[in-house]
Design a protein around this ligand. Structure first.
Ligand code: NAD
Length: 705
């Protein structure tokens, strides 16, 4: 007997043992159809007098990766048998049930395995309850069964961290009754069938996890300690605390009541904005890796060597990212002095990691050995990829790209790290625009996870596919952007900066604006950020742009600071003042004087500005520009924009990014506020709600991912 059910379950018989094999690639997600198939197969096995024991198995790759996350929040998730029901029925089985575990056994998958009476696992199987990473807790008995199988303390650590552990590390606990080495003859399924036969031969009764005691000599004291340490580390997320409370129930309440309370806590967490945000980001990262119009079979080009041009702030960090990923890097500079400075900075960064114990001396030596600093552009002839990070000046970029075109081998990818310049114009400096792409790294490039991949008009699909694959190799998150001034991130940032500036003019102080945004969750407000990055950079850009456009500069307060020599941290003063050798921003009456003078010149009487207004204006400025970016097709989806802000601009994970935040607030509310700002006297026209935003708000829709 060997039959497949429509739910993705194979049913077979091995003597007196019924073998149920989940077969729903890729990871046996426990969607409604598979749950139903499992419940029916269980009923049949129980009804069949020839069956005396049951083995539940998955594939070599996955016992089960857990709940089907695409089902969350849909009617299918609530369809019986829900997971807790199925697990309860499995556990109640009068015939022994043995789980055969290989590959991943995570979340609901582990909860299912814990509902079985015995478990046989390959020693390298990965066991864990990662629900907390999505702002949830294990809601199908995990918080009650795991403490009974591995002890209170270990269970709590696993559930609160969400980190998986190899099955071998559970040797000696009731979580694994037998381990199978990967090298052993026969697989885990054969071992589980043999285990079931032994159970039958010995006449052992089913061992129901829920009936086991929770072992801990000083449970109350331990739980109290756990509550404190978890509360301190959880930040704005409620899930870790709820995990502790749920695990505590395994000690304080009868198991049936505890299981009911666990389920209630799970459903309550499911409805929290923090969990919604985490699930949004999880889906966003998966979506960003797929480009809607990239043929799925587009093969990336192999990248075995790279060159970075310019060893300044960005070039050095970009070179480190490649070195860290094991790639050999040619680093090209114009002068020996600049090259030496760049290499010294790279070395210093590695030394500081080594001192902190994050990098071994051998690994540091290996990374530095992969670096070839040079002044000779002949060194570029054979590399597979060049990333240009020279001065932000079209003339300088032109000279570099003409040279690359002449030198590089056919098929080499020519990338620019420009922040604002037109990648189509840069591509046109070469005879091979299909090989040109923007790879916009963020500072510090060896640390920041974001990589904006700028797709120019003629960028070839394989070049995009290569850029996405490369980002994964570097441990970065790639988001594809179209060509426009500032791409996704910096184009929106310009609106945000203008909104923050106008709040100062209206009556706020830099510390108030920064404070309000930091309390909202940003790593750093715009004025602290400006002081850190250096105000002279924006000043130079504004002057250059005004000169290029032949128009006078729009006056802004930052110009006054720069005229007074206040460039930020590096000069000891900017928006804030800094004491020698310290980075703490201190409010400065000089700045307040300059702001007051600016208001006077513009005939503004200062008014009170609330924290809520600061957050509304700064966030909605981002959202409105984000909607325009979406409408123009510069970003493929709203969730891509969120990833840019979460990974490149210090936005808080628990808010899910600015576009998701706007949906949480409700798009009609965002539109209402934008209309209010746009109607103010002398309002900047950019406050006018974007047409896309208006349409979605009127239709009662969201951005749709
Ligand atoms: P930087 O001034 O620190 O470094 C530029 C380096 O390029 C200098 O060391 C210079 O000697 C070198 N250089 C100039 N012309 C060269 C040539 N023809 N050949 C070889 N080397 C040459 O500048 P940066 O901040 O690293 O910025 C570099 C690029 O990265 C710019 O396009 C900038 O817009 C972009 N960018 C900067 C940031 C940032 O935060 N600084 C972030 C993202 C992107």
């Amino acid at each position: 007997m060997n039959e497949a059910t429509p739910g993705g379950l194979q049913v077979a018989r091995r003597g007196a043992v019924a073998l149920l094999t989940m077969d729903r690639p890729p990871v046996n997600g426990l969607g409604a159809a598979l749950r139903l198939a499992l419940a029916q197969a269980l009923d049949e096995a129980l009804a069949d007098p020839a069956v005396r024991a049951i083995v539940l198995a998955g594939s070599a790759r996955a016992f089960s990766g857990g709940a089907d996350v695409t089902e969350f929040g849909t009617p299918a998730a609530a369809r019986e048998p829900r997971l807790p029901t199925l697990i309860g029925r499995l556990e109640d089985s009068p015939k022994p049930v043995v789980a055969a575990i290989a590959g991943v056994c995570l979340g609901g998958g582990l909860e299912l395995a814990m509902g079985c009476h015995f478990r046989v696992a390959r020693s390298d199987a990965s066991l864990g309850l990662p629900e907390v990473k999505l702002g949830l807790l294990p809601g199908a008995g995990g918080t009650q069964r795991l403490p009974r199988l591995v002890g209170l303390e270990r269970a709590l650590n696993l559930i609160v961290s969400g980190a998986p552990a190899p099955a071998a590390s559970f040797a000696g606990t009731a979580l694994v009754d037998a381990l199978v080495e990967p090298s052993a003859p026969g697989d885990v399924v054969e071992a589980a069938v043999a285990f079931a036969e032994t159970v039958l031969a010995e006449g052992r009764a089913p061992r129901r996890t829920r009936a086991l005691p929770v072992e801990h000599p000083q449970a109350e004291a331990f739980l109290q300690f756990a509550r404190h340490s978890v509360a301190a580390a959880a930040g704005p997320f409620p899930a870790p605390r709820r995990c502790v409370e749920a695990v505590a129930l395994s000690v304080t309440r009868p198991v049936d009541e505890a299981l009911r309370l666990e389920r209630e806590a799970f459903l309550a967490l499911m409805a929290t904005p923090e969990s919604r945000a985490l699930r949004h980001v999880f889906a966003a990262e998966r979506a960003a890796a797929r480009l809607p119009d990239l043929p799925p079979d587009t093969a990336p080009r192999p990248i075995a060597s790279v060159a970075v041009i310019g060893a300044g702030t960005m070039g050095g960090g970009i070179a480190m990212s490649f070195l860290n990923a094991g790639l050999p890097v040619v680093l090209l500079e114009q002068t020996q002095a600049a090259l030496d400075r760049g290499v010294a900075t790279i070395r210093r960064n590695y030394e500081s990691s080594a001192k902190k114990g994050k990098l071994s001396a051998e690994e540091m030596a290996r990374r530095l050995a992969r670096l070839t600093p040079t002044l000779q552009d002949e060194a570029l002839r054979e590399v597979d990829l060049v990333v240009e990070a020279v001065f932000e000046d079209l003339g300088v970029k032109e000279a570099v790209f003409r040279r690359l075109d002449a030198l590089c081998r056919p098929g080499a990818i020519l990338a620019t790290n420009t922040s604002y310049l037109d990648v189509n114009r840069i591509a046109a400096f070469t005879t091979r625009p299909a090989d040109v792409v923007g790879l916009h790294f963020f500072s510090p490039a060896n640390v920041m996870r974001l990589l904006e991949v700028v797709r120019a008009a003629h960028t070839a699909p394989e070049v995009l596919a290569t850029s996405l694959a490369l980002a994964r190799r570097l441990g970065k998150i790639a988001v594809v952007a179209g060509v426009c001034d500032g791409f996704i991130g910096n184009r929106m940032l310009a609106r945000y900066g203008a909104a923050a500036h106008d709040l100062l003019v209206a009556g706020a102080t830099p510390q108030q604006v920064d404070g309000a945004l930091q309390r909202f969750g940003l790593a750093m407000g715009p004025f602290r950020m400006g002081d850190l990055a250096g105000l002279d950079i924006g000043w130079a850009t504004r002057k250059r742009r005004a000169a290029e456009a032949g128009v006078p500069m729009r006056p802004v307060i930052a110009d006054r600071l720069c005229e007074a020599g206040r460039f930020g941290q590096k000069t000891g003063a900017g928006w804030y003042r800094y004491e020698a050798g310290r980075r703490e921003p201190l409010p400065d009456p000089v700045t307040e004087g300059l702001i007051a003078q600016f208001r006077d010149e513009h005939g503004v009487t200062p008014r009170a500005v609330s924290d809520a207004e600061v957050v509304e204006r700064c966030l909605y400025a981002l959202v409105n520009e984000g909607a325009r970016i979406l409408e123009e097709g510069i970003a493929a989806r709203a969730s891509d924009i969120d990833l840019v802000y979460l990974n490149g601009y210090g936005h808080p994970l628990h808010r899910g990014g600015p576009m998701f935040h706007a949906e949480t607030v409700g798009l009609p509310n965002v539109v209402r506020a934008l209309r209010r700002f746009a109607a103010e006297p002398a309002a900047d026209p950019s406050w006018t709600p974007a047409p896309l935003l208006l349409r979605l708000a009127e239709a009662g829709r969201g951005f749709g991912g």
